[in-house]
Structures are given as C-alpha cells and as structure tokens.
Design a protein around this ligand. Structure first.
Ligand code: MN
Length: 252
C-alpha cells in the first residue's frame, strides 16, 4: 500500500511525523507537505506563481518533499502526477485542534483531503481535540491504533466521488477511548470578537479573537461523539449545494 501524507501545520509539526509513523505500519509512506503553517487556509490553491518541491529529510517516511505551496497544492502534486507510483491512500494531519462541523471549510487539513479526492484518491483528514495545547506536548500515539481501523472502514465502504473521511480523535489514551462512531457535521457556534490594538506607529491593527467555536451537541454529531470520548468519523463531500432550499424553491 502506498500512502501519501500532507498537513496544514507545516512539515516540521509533530502531528505529521506521528501520522507518518502510524501509516508506516500499513505500507510505503511518501510525505508532501508545506514548508510553513497554513492553518485556516481552507481550500487555498496556488495558480499565480510557480511552486517549489524539494527533497526533505523525514525519518518516519520512505520519501519526503517540502513545498512552498499550500496544503491543497501538496495534495494536487500527489493527485495530478508528481509521483511515479500509484497512490492508494491520502492522509492529512494530524491537526492539533479539532475540525468539527462547518470548521471543515476553514480547515487546510480537511480541504487538502478534499483536494486529493478531486483527483480520485481515497482520502482522510485527522485531527485531535487538543485546542490551545503546545503541539510538542500532545500524545498522538493513539492514532497508530486508530489509523488501521480507518483504512479498514474505507476498504469496507469505498468512498464515493469527492467524498472524504474527516476523523476527529479525543485527547485520551487509546485505552480510554470508547470506540469509533460514524457522525454527521455538527452546527458550530462561532464566538469571534474583533480585537483592536495599535501598531508601534500608532496605526490601528485588528485581530479576530474571542473564544474558540463550540458545537451544538445533537445526537449523532461529530461534536457529541468527541465530547463523549469516541473517535468521530464524518464522511464529508465537496458538493455545497443546499438541496433542501433548492427543492423548496423549485416547488414554489
Ligand atoms: Mn492546522
């Protein structure tokens, strides 16, 4: 099995090294990852400038490449033909903060998997529920136990066109996790506030601050499963059509 891995936190982030180590159990691992942190870049793709792709020393992988492009650029490299060997599975992560509900469209982690799916690859995004922790202190090792189970789910339920699995893991030792749950996207409640300050020259600067978003905890949702100690697995697709609104509007 040939597994290709990217992330949105950059090739030096601990999460991608943990994911490569977990994937090594399953086969040959190639890393193609950004040279910097792109978190919250969504489905950003580079078309206005050329891109670099340089070999990179990455102990957990069989081969690794670092790019000055975005996470989705890295996925496109894997999908469009940079690699000689066919790709059996594309993984993105491990993101140190969860990607729940509508967060998916902000997430470079999830959207890199979506980009890979556009090119026909089976893809999954991995995140762990460790908001506001130093990524260097996070224990990602449970993913070594979870990833083979996710790969088995994909074999058992092949992913339809442009559909990926968005996997969110609780911040628990594997033995304390309650299992894997199929979930739907929760509704997120965003709590951003505008924070105004002054730069050293007295000109105004702005931050989107405030508390992180929370999920509406309906039964079967990703947020509820995660809060209850389950690994949440949500099939996510790129089709953004509002079908209910469309149907109602066509009727009237
Ligand atoms: Mn990130």
């Amino acid at each position: 099995m040939h597994i290709v891995i990217t992330n949105d936190d950059g090739i030096r982030a601990p999460g991608i090294h943990a994911l490569a180590k977990a994937a090594k159990q399953l086969g040959k691992v190639t890393v193609i990852a950004p040279d910097r942190n792109w978190s919250v870049c969504g489905h950003s793709k580079t078309i206005g400038r050329p891109l670099r792709l340089d070999p990179y020393e990455f102990p957990e992988a069989d081969a690794a490449w670092v790019s000055d492009g975005s996470p989705s650029d890295c996925a496109a490299f894997a999908g469009i033909g940079f690699l000689d060997e066919p790709v059996d599975l594309f993984l993105s992560g491990i993101n140190p903060t969860p990607n729940l509900g509508e967060d998916a469209t902000y997430s470079g982690t999830v959207m890199a998997a979506v980009e890979a799916s556009i090119w026909g690859l089976s893809a999954a995004a991995f995140s762990i529920d460790c908001a506001r922790m130093d990524p260097n202190t996070i224990d990602f090792s449970a993913v070594e136990r979870i990833l083979p189970q996710i790969a088995a789910l994909i074999r058992e339920h092949p992913l339809p066109r442009q559909t990926i699995l968005n996997v969110n893991c609780p911040a628990l030792p594997y033995e304390q996790m309650r299992g894997i749950r199929w979930t739907h996207c929760s509704k997120r409640i965003y709590r951003d506030v505008l924070v105004r300050n002054d730069d050293p020259y007295g000109r105004p600067i702005w931050w989107f601050g405030g508390e992180p978003p929370i999920s509406v905890m309906d039964e079967g949702s990703d947020g509820k499963a995660l809060a209850d100690g389950y690994v949440s697995v949500t099939p996510v697709r790129q089709d953004l059509t509002a079908y209910d609104y469309l149907e109602n509007s066509r009727k009237s």
